[in-house]
Design a protein around this ligand. Structure first.
Ligand code: CMC
Length: 392
């Protein structure tokens, strides 16, 4: 142990073996359990993909019905959770609420704290988390607008139920639009896993201390909130709106992004692993076009996004550094079209990433991985003697 290699940001260090997601950053390939992301986005739905990630194989019709039936049985959250929700100011960011309420599930289900749970008990925690996350997510939004919360409707599928809880009013039903439901399924599938990214590594690291599934995922939500990670989708829309308000001059912002004295970065551009293109961005860009035209929406910020992309892809700064649009560059434009408010975008990412976090946490436990404990290279003072306060 005397010799320590330093790799800030873990750019070249593998932290685990994993059989969940395959990613080739040079060629822009992404597979979940061997299945190409393009096929899953086109043909599958979010619950089926969740099953695939967590249990390793596509479900039979019966397995899918059981899985989705069990999730429906657990969509209600304890009424005492409402009291916690009520304690938050309406200005609270929904990601903060989500992280806090998911963490508090350990208080309602303390058996989840036992690291020696049986397989059946772990499965129940997984079902509960999949079931309650959309309820908590939608309630965090209702809190921010001061509206009464909606209870889940279990006759609806996973995505439709979420939309109902987000958008129905006591005075008015929410009409389910299949275009919106399909788009939501696709977005959640594209976000469902991405191997050892910052939030997933967080989930595995926290879980490696034998912390509960709920605590581990709550920590992952906090990591995802950061603007360099999941928070980028909100940051992209805010950037596009700022450019529009500033006269729509995308060239000016390309120049700012290139200026090393200016901290501004082109949000939604660049990726630690993808150095050619992000396959999810391709699917999302096409979906954004389709959704906007199906819903008859003409969003001027889509034009600004396309101009920025065009300008960046032809600019040596971005070309040399292999910076391409990532998954978040266009996802916010679709979320806007679906009526999802900007500060809920990262919550949507969390909803999508949940099965990935669960699968990775479960794999880490099943592989009996040791507690994660990176080393360091010390750069501080050598030994010195304590100086009494009057002598300093
Ligand atoms: N705009 C302008 N310059 C950039 C950008 C950008 N978006 N991204 C990277 N660069 C430059 C960076 O300044 C550096 O230049 P130089 O070599 O001259 O110092 C070079 O490109 C390499 O960047 P890096 O920061 O060392 O690369 P990284 O792998 O550490 O960071 C990243 C990857 C995604 C954090 C970064 O590209 C970034 O900040 N992008 C904007 C935020 C964003 O869109 N994040 C979402 C990522 S995808 C979804 C997710 O993970 O949640």
């Amino acid at each position: 142990s005397g010799y320590i290699t330093l790799d800030s940001g873990y750019k070249n260090t593998g932290a685990t073996k994993s059989a969940i997601t395959f990613l080739d950053g040079e060629q822009g390939i992404l597979h979940y359990r061997g299945y190409p992301i393009e096929q899953l986005a086109e043909k599958s739905n979010f619950i089926e993909v969740a099953y695939l990630l967590i249990y390793g194989a596509l479900p039979t019709a019966q397995e899918l019905e059981d899985f989705s039936g069990k999730i429906k049985m657990h969509t209600l959250v304890n009424e005492d959770m409402r009291k916690i929700l009520d304690g938050f100011p309406s200005t609270a960011h929904p990601m903060g609420i989500l992280s806090a309420l998911i963490s508090s599930l350990t208080a309602f289900y303390p058996e989840s704290l036992n690291p020696n749970q049986t397989k059946e008990e772990v499965d129940l925690s997984i079902i509960r988390l999949m079931a309650k996350m959309p309820t908590i997510a939608a309630w965090s939004y209702k809190n921010s607008v001061g509206h009464p919360v909606n209870y889940p409707k279990n006759k609806l599928d996973y995505c439709s139920n979420f939309l109902h809880m987000m958008f129905a009013f006591p005075t008015e039903d929410y009409e389910i639009n299949p275009v919106v439901v399909d788009a939501l399924n696709k977005l959640l599938i594209l976000h469902a896993d991405h191997e050892q990214n910052c939030s997933t590594s967080t989930v595995r690291l926290v879980g490696s201390a034998n912390a509960s599934l709920y605590s581990s995922v709550s920590a992952g939500i906090s990591a995802l909130w950061g603007p360099l990670h999941g928070g980028a989708n909100q940051a992209v829309i805010e950037m596009l709106e700022a450019i529009k308000a500033d006269g729509g001059d995308s060239k000016k912002y390309i120049a700012k992004a290139k200026d090393k004295d200016d901290p501004f970065r082109l949000m939604g551009f660049g990726h630690r692993v993808y150095k050619n293109f992000d396959p999810r961005a391709r699917i999302i860009k096409k979906a954004a076009d389709e959704v906007l035209s199906a819903l008859g929406i003409n969003d001027p910020i889509l034009t600004i996004a396309m101009e920025l992309e065009e300008a960046a892809l032809n600019d040596p700064y971005f070309v040399e550094r292999k910076l391409y649009p990532n998954v978040d560059f266009y996802s916010g434009i679709i979320y806007r079209a679906l009526g999802i408010p900007t500060d809920m975008f990262t919550v949507m990412f969390a909803l999508g990433r949940l099965p990935g976090w669960i699968a990775q946490w479960k794999e880490m436990r099943e592989q009996k991985e040791p507690i994660g404990r990176p080393r360091q290279i010390y750069t501080g003072e050598t030994e010195r003697n304590y100086v009494d306060i009057e002598k300093r």
